[in-house]
Design a protein around this ligand. Sequence first.
Ligand code: NAD
Ligand code: DAU
Length: 339
Amino acid sequence: MTILVTGGAGFIGSNFIAYERRVHPEDRILCVDALTYAGNMENLAPFMDDPLFRFVKADIADRQAIYALFEEEKPDIVVNFAAETHVDRSVHDPEVFLRTNMMGTQVLMDACRKYGIQRYHQVSTDEVYGDLPLDEPDLFFTEETPLHTSSPYSASKASADLMVLAYHRTFGLPVSITRCSNNYGPYQFPEKLIPLMISRALKDQTLPVYGTGENVRDWLFVDDHCSAIDLVMRKGRVGEVYNVGGHNERTNLEVVKTILRELNKPESLITFVTDRPGHDRRYAIDPAKIHGELGWLPETKFDDGIRATIRWYLDNVGWLERIIAGEYQDYYEKMYAGR
Ligand code: NAD
Ligand code: DAU
């Protein structure tokens, strides 16, 4: 079976490829990525000599390129990770979010219709539900929670979800969707909270916490997200949405203080800065459906996962430094030109 993984040079996509090679070594992985600022060929270095892995540099919104690839490869499953993913960037420049997250999704699904597919899986986010209040801890997002987005990022992801469900109802495309909470782990780009704070703390730089730091996120170790996607794309019911999360709620301030403690750095590095416009207060997932139907449960506790993540960044300071210096963007040309 050939699995087309889009956005595989990013954080979760590259972890997913590693997961698939480990757990389903018989399946072939075809990775498509446009290598935007968030795409890093270093994340794919472990697979480049693997005969069951192929990398293609392409934009998912480029209809001609995507159709040509489907014509040649006829993938059995498509898992769409490719997206613009940073909320702060979407506040400054919404347009590219609409192009990639909405139009790119549509192009991929059109290719699936044209060439045939066993399953199209959309990797979505809990942000499509908007946010929950801070003072009602018993409220959680279920699959029935209405879509109610806050940022251009979440609006573009919700639009894509609606289009995916419309392609199922109207054209019978065999789709599924997972909506996951905040991920953390190796290879996360250092613009997101956890790797940003680790990289800055390592240099004794100030740690910018938005607002009061009381906003809550529901953290899931990336491998647990990968196992959920793998289960849903292979065994989940067609046309269904599954929420993914592990009941690991922490305030941002708690997360930042944990990082400082683990790195043995002072809390005086914390600096409260102007809040993100439209900042969602709390995300919290009810994962009862994926657990009940597919038996999925997360394996990694936050305390273990955050320690392993910090250890990974300490062991891979070069990876971090090359991103901060911008050198990682030359990596593709240097290492893989002509392959
Ligand atoms: P990321 O920003 O680390 O990686 C995104 C990847 O997509 C990059 O490799 C980038 O080059 C590629 N890409 C961007 N535009 C493209 C295009 N037009 N064509 C082809 N490739 C393109 O993102 P991530 O954190 O790994 O997120 C992956 C997916 O998971 C996204 O769809 C995101 O919405 C979703 N998600 C993320 C989280 C999280 O906490 N990070 C949680 C839930 C859902
Ligand atoms: O919930 C899933 C979503 O999680 C994904 O869909 C997104 O792609 C992913 O980026 C993430 O969105 P968040 O906005 O929650 O992640 P971010 O790391 O940007 O911020 C996490 C929290 O930390 C949020 O409340 C804002 C805060 N923050 C973030 C940064 C970058 C700070 O206080 N300071 C910062 O410098």
